[in-house]
Design a protein around this ligand. Structure first.
Ligand SMILES: [Zn+2]
Length: 525
């Protein structure tokens, strides 16, 4: 992290970092001092980014898999960098780590009998979710037909399922015209079938207050059961999730054989009704505790310290698979080292008496590859600063490469996603700052809500956006090395990384220093 001020700004290829078009000579006449951010932006250099990334994406870090040794090395490395550049932690006591408690679910097996007849794990039922130990004997299961609860159609009308186990079946009914009842068209919906119907019906049961869901879906059962059985036999533990303080609703999937044993008319009848079938259910779920951490660093605003700009990137990657290290240099080593350089630039400004007026949180989140876990922990469980005081989130995930789908020579670009979704002002600022300082081609190809890639929902900014915090997601697109062991530091285009990091810096600078906080004029959808 050594710097030589004499060498700054020599290797500039693009717009970012060349002298500002703003006129410095007139600034002395203004009451308020106008500070040119360019000299600080110029401290973000490809050489320093490269030096850090060759360490951060090295084999020593073992692909930074959440909760494992490589991820621990990564957070220690980041802490060391922040201490070296003198950027403090908001947590105090030299503690740069926000703990993110996770658990790794084991594959649970259940003992279940229906009216005294036992049914077998993996042949008739699988446990999709449960927490801890469950021992139940019930004779008031509530049958809720298809288990749909939509605005224009509900299987929960007129029936109370609070604290009850509910039984639902797969599918979505059609009306007389052959249209699905919730869409009113031939188009299938999130209730109709497949994985999405499973989570939709689970959420509906949970929202209605059920303590458990038994879901009959013969097709999904045939697909899931062998997989669960193999995992159980191999003693492989399942997915990582955020450790929640509330017990999770129990969820079982069953086949049609067992469904008919619980309710003989399940296939032809879909009216909600309370069944007098007696079921004994015993599930023991083993979950291994896994501790992981987000890294947080902070520069306090000089005028509006309670208004926070969050700059984020995920610190984790995919670890080691089949003996191969997934170094994740672009994903998201590039965003990670960019943030450290941005922090250093703000710190140099602060030391020169030009610190940001609003506060800036540098947030490195864990568990992104496991389902945006670290950012969700931050926003949903433990925001270090209240979300209502959070002005914007600039999230960086992959800014060191070029998308092979782009025309040759058109490499000075970045995909922006989300900038106009919640705050028109944010979008305008982003555009203005770019044309004033950077001249990167801002490409909105993936900004369309109907884009099949759904990138707006797929990186950590999502957890801020869903809370109506305006976001910009900076992204270079995928490439052949995406999520492969070949995503290595030697393939990064450091001039592009430098330029894009400077763009994020300039945007953050403007958000932090403009007189009014940006306004939110739309809501999340
Ligand atoms: Zn990523």
């Amino acid at each position: 992290m050594k710097k030589n001020l004499m060498l700054l700004g020599i290797s500039v290829l693009f717009g970012c970092g060349t002298s500002s078009k703003s006129n410095q000579s007139s600034s002395q006449l203004n009451e308020e001092k106008i500070v040119d951010p360019v000299e600080y932006a110029n401290t973000i250099t490809s050489d320093e980014l490269k030096e850090m990334l060759y360490v951060y994406a090295s084999d020593e870090f073992e692909g930074r898999n959440t909760g494992e040794n490589g991820q621990k090395l990564a957070v220690e490395y980041l802490k060391k960098q922040y201490k070296a550049i003198d950027v403090a932690t908001p947590l105090g006591n030299d503690d740069y780590f926000q703990e993110v408690p996770l658990e790794k679910q084991g594959v649970a097996e259940a003992k279940i009998s229906v009216n005294g007849t036992p049914f077998s794990s993996f042949e008739d039922h699988i446990v999709l979710r449960s927490s801890g130990k469950t021992n139940l004997s019930v004779d008031d299961i509530v049958y809720v037909g298809y288990g749909i609860h939509a605005d224009n159609y509900s299987d929960y009308n007129g029936i109370d399922v609070k604290g009850k186990i509910v039984l639902a079946k797969a599918g979505e009914p059609k009306d007389e015209a052959g249209n699905y009842v919730t869409s009113g068209s031939q188009e299938n919906t999130k209730w109709s079938y497949g994985r999405q119907s499973l989570s939709s019906k689970r959420d509906a049961a949970r929202d209605q207050g059920a303590k458990g869901l038994i879901f009959m879906d013969n097709n999904l059962f045939q697909r899931y059961a062998p997989y669960y059985q193999r995992q159980a036999a191999a003693g492989v533990s399942g997915r990582l999730s955020l450790k929640s303080n509330e017990p999770e609703m129990m969820m079982l999937m069953i086949n049609a054989n067992m469904g008919k044993a619980i309710y003989s008319k399940i296939e032809e009848d879909s009216k909600p009704t309370v069944l007098n079938t007696k079921m004994d259910i015993s599930v023991e779920n083993t979950a291994e505790q896994v501790m992981s951490e987000n890294v947080v660093a902070f520069i306090e605003g000089s005028e509006h310290p309670n208004e926070i700009i969050v700059i984020s990137a995920h610190l984790d990657h995919e670890g080691v698979k089949n003996g191969e290290i997934y170094n994740g240099a672009d994903d998201d080593g590039s965003g990670t080292v960019a943030i450290v350089e941005i922090a250093e630039a703000f710190k140099m400004a602060e030391k020169a008496g030009n610190g940001p007026k609003r506060s800036i949180l540098f947030l490195h989140v864990t568990g992104e590859e496991k389902g945006l876990l670290g950012s969700r922990h931050y926003t949903d469980n433990d925001p270090v600063f209240p979300l209502e005081n959070t002005v914007a989130n600039l999230n960086i995930d992959m800014i060191g490469r070029t998308d092979p789908k782009r025309k040759e020579g058109e490499r000075n670009y970045v995909y922006l996603i989300g900038s106009d979704k919640l705050s028109t002002e944010l979008h305008e600022i982003s555009e203005e700052v770019n044309s004033k300082y950077c001249n990167v081609e801002l490409d909105y190809t993936y900004n369309d809500k109907n884009d099949p890639n759904r990138f707006y929902y797929r990186s950590d900014h999502y957890n801020f956006a869903k809370n109506n915090v305006p976001v910009i997601f900076y992204f270079n697109g995928t490439h052949d090395d995406y999520h492969r062991p070949s995503d290595t530091a030697d393939k990064i285009e450091y001039d592009l990384l430098e330029n894009r990091a400077r763009l994020v810096f300039h945007t953050a600078w403007e958000l932090a220093n403009r007189s009014d906080r940006i306004t939110v004029d739309k809501t999340f959808e």
